[in-house]
Design a protein around this ligand. Structure first.
Ligand code: ADP
Ligand code: MG
Length: 557
């Protein structure tokens, strides 16, 4: 046909293909989850499009996913009657990596296969996982609403190039055929496929059907093998932890379990369901820290997937949360703009914040080891909330954990409540010190006298700490005070008389030092805060912390 052409993949695709097929091999069966999830997305998209154009689904209304196989031809087929793709869309979606995060992803690959493996699913390379088990993949698709003559056939051996041609395709939707590699015969088996669907795709909201076997071969008769009801619509009591975890994994593309989740149904002035997950580990720094790369909280309206709405439904400091919100009351034609200013959405958003903070409090109380894991992964993100969410400032502060002079290691395990519980009689402030590293904070001469008196000092060494403390100011009525600033009581318990005497004796020495240092310093004085070091730099009560000054200098200020 004149419309057939061979095209080279973008260089990046070849790299991704190579990476996927090699490093994901130990998780090879996830290809099925990925292809089924694409089929499910395609059904979601068509159901959404049919809201404004019912003719799109008129001839074939039951959206579904069907698997089949052929032992002789060694092929496995995944077919959906979802939205389908045009020729341009096939080239765009399957032949290129349009996503901005992907380039950075490739640049950031660590070469550590285990770590890289965890990243792959998060970058829309889902489709390419087919090449883990197949040496050739054929995709035939026809977009909903276009004539049969506008079908598209795409094929690739997964190395360098692909062919694409226009074909007749009477059915709308997409059929992906995998020509399995020699060793991958296990996927030509009804029981094996059924087991994988149950494990990875049970919660998919559309029926996934497998052929009934007759004489050891798939027949034309199909049966549904998954639950086929959106997981969050089912009563909590009926859902097992394994089902919650499987749903989390397909939602987040994470290979790890979720740390905790909260599933709630709200009925009242408005009705909605939320299912929120906190992951176990930080997904990936480069992407994660980019605030524009937020995904993972999906908005449904009456079971119809509308859009990823993480930014509309949660503040940035909770961007690690994954999950689903399904509203009964929002209009189906919402846009992002409408979401921004919708009163119902604002209510849902503040409820999601409350639920997440409740969940974290519960984990902190009941499962300290898990909570430590959370702190290690997301504690610094949560700190942003102190600045960002004034209304919940105290609750967020209660959830933070710090290193302190109470413990010996750098582990951030001390809460502000722990600190207050250990405060000495007469102590009325929470002492902290900031530095670039934990070791530097711990070794600060400025805290010697406090340590000597057995006063605990929080050791803050994250970039965000200084900024965060600026917003916090106080907690539970106790002021936070930087040990490197202003006056501190004497370490040695000397009385005013003795101090005065020491200061007088040192006067000639101080004058000499002040003369040498000149404008470099404001004042040279006798310190009562030191016990071991001969001298230290102290800031005025309202001066910017040394650490902060250094940060600003680095940033070119
Ligand atoms: P992701 O699903 O994360 O976007 P994939 O690599 O799995 O990444 O798929 C890439 C894109 O290809 C999808 O976003 C979608 O646009 C398109 N696509 C893949 N499979 C299908 C399908 N069965 N029907 C329609 N479009 C599909
Ligand atoms: Mg996908």
């Amino acid at each position: 046909s004149t419309t057939a052409e061979t095209r080279a993949f973008e260089a990046e695709v070849s790299q991704v293909l190579h990476l996927v097929t090699h490093s994901l091999y130990s998780h090879k069966e996830i290809f099925l989850r990925e292809l089924v999830s694409n089929a499910s997305d395609a059904c979601d998209k068509l159901r959404f499009a049919a809201l404004s154009d019912a003719s799109l689904t008129a001839d074939d209304a039951e959206l579904r996913i069907e698997l089949s196989w052929d032992k002789d031809a060694r092929t496995l087929t995944i077919r959906d009657n979802g939205i389908g793709m045009s020729r341009e869309e096939v080239i765009e979606n399957i032949g290129t990596i349009a996503r901005s995060g992907t380039r950075r992803f490739l640049e950031s690959l660590s070469g550590d296969a285990r770590k890289d493996t965890q990243l792959i699913g998060q970058f829309g390379v889902g489709f390419y996982s087919a090449f883990i088990v197949a040496d050739r993949v054929t995709l035939v698709t026809r977009k909903a609403g276009v004539p049969a003559g506008d079908g598209v056939r795409w094929e690739s051996g997964g190395s360098g190039d692909y062919t694409i041609e226009t074909v007749d395709e009477p059915r709308r939707g997409t059929t992906v055929t995998l020509h399995l590699k020699a060793d991958e015969g296990e996927f030509l088996d009804g029981w094996r496929l059924r087991e994988l669907i149950k494990r990875y795709s049970d919660h998919v909201a559309f029926p996934i059907r497998l052929p009934v076997e007759k004489d050891g071969k798939p027949s034309d008769e199909f049966e549904t093998v998954n639950h086929a009801a959106a997981l969050w619509t089912r009563p909590k009591g009926e859902i097992t932890d394994e089902e919650y975890q499987a749903f989390y994994k397909s939602l987040s593309h994470d290979f790890n379990d979720a740390l905790a989740w909260a599933h709630n149904r709200v009925e009242g002035s408005q009705s909605y369901t939320s299912l929120l997950y906190v992951p176990e580990k930080q997904p990936f720094d480069a992407v994660f820290s980019g605030r524009d790369e937020r995904h993972g909280l999906k908005l449904y309206i009456r079971r119809v997937f509308i859009m990823d709405a993480s930014e509309q439904l949660l503040p940035a400091y909770l961007r690690f949360v994954r999950g689903v919100v399904d509203s009964d009351d929002l209009p189906l034609n919402v846009s992002r703009e409408i979401l921004q200013e919708n009163r119902l959405v604002a209510q849902i958003r503040s409820a999601c914040v409350k639920r997440t903070l409740d969940l974290l409090e519960k984990v902190a109380k009941d499962e300290p080891a898990k909570y430590q894991q959370f702190t290690n992964a997301f504690g610094n993100v949560l700190k942003e909330g102190v600045a960002e969410d004034g209304a919940n400032r105290e609750r967020i502060a209660r959830l933070l954990r710090f290193a302190s002079t109470h413990g010996d290691d750098a582990q951030k395990s001390v809460s502000l409540d722990d600190y207050i519980g250990r405060m000495q009689a007469g102590q009325d402030v929470i002492w902290y010190v900031t530095a670039d590293t934990h070791a530097a904070a711990k070794g600060s001469p400025q805290i010697e006298s406090l340590r000597a008196r057995g006063v605990e000092v929080l050791l803050l060494s994250d970039r965000i700490d200084e900024w965060m403390i600026g917003y916090l100011g106080e907690y539970a009525g106790k002021k936070l005070r930087n040990a490197a600033k202003g006056e501190i009581d004497a370490a040695d318990g000397a009385d005013a008389e003795q101090r005065k005497q020491a200061e007088d004796e040192a006067k000639p020495m101080l004058d000499k030092l002040a003369g040498v240092l000149g404008d470099e310093v404001e004042q040279v004085r006798v310190s009562h805060r030191l016990t071991g070091s001969p001298s230290c730099i102290v800031l005025g009560e309202y001066d910017m912390a040394l650490h902060m000054q250094r940060l600003l200098r680095e940033a070119g200020h």
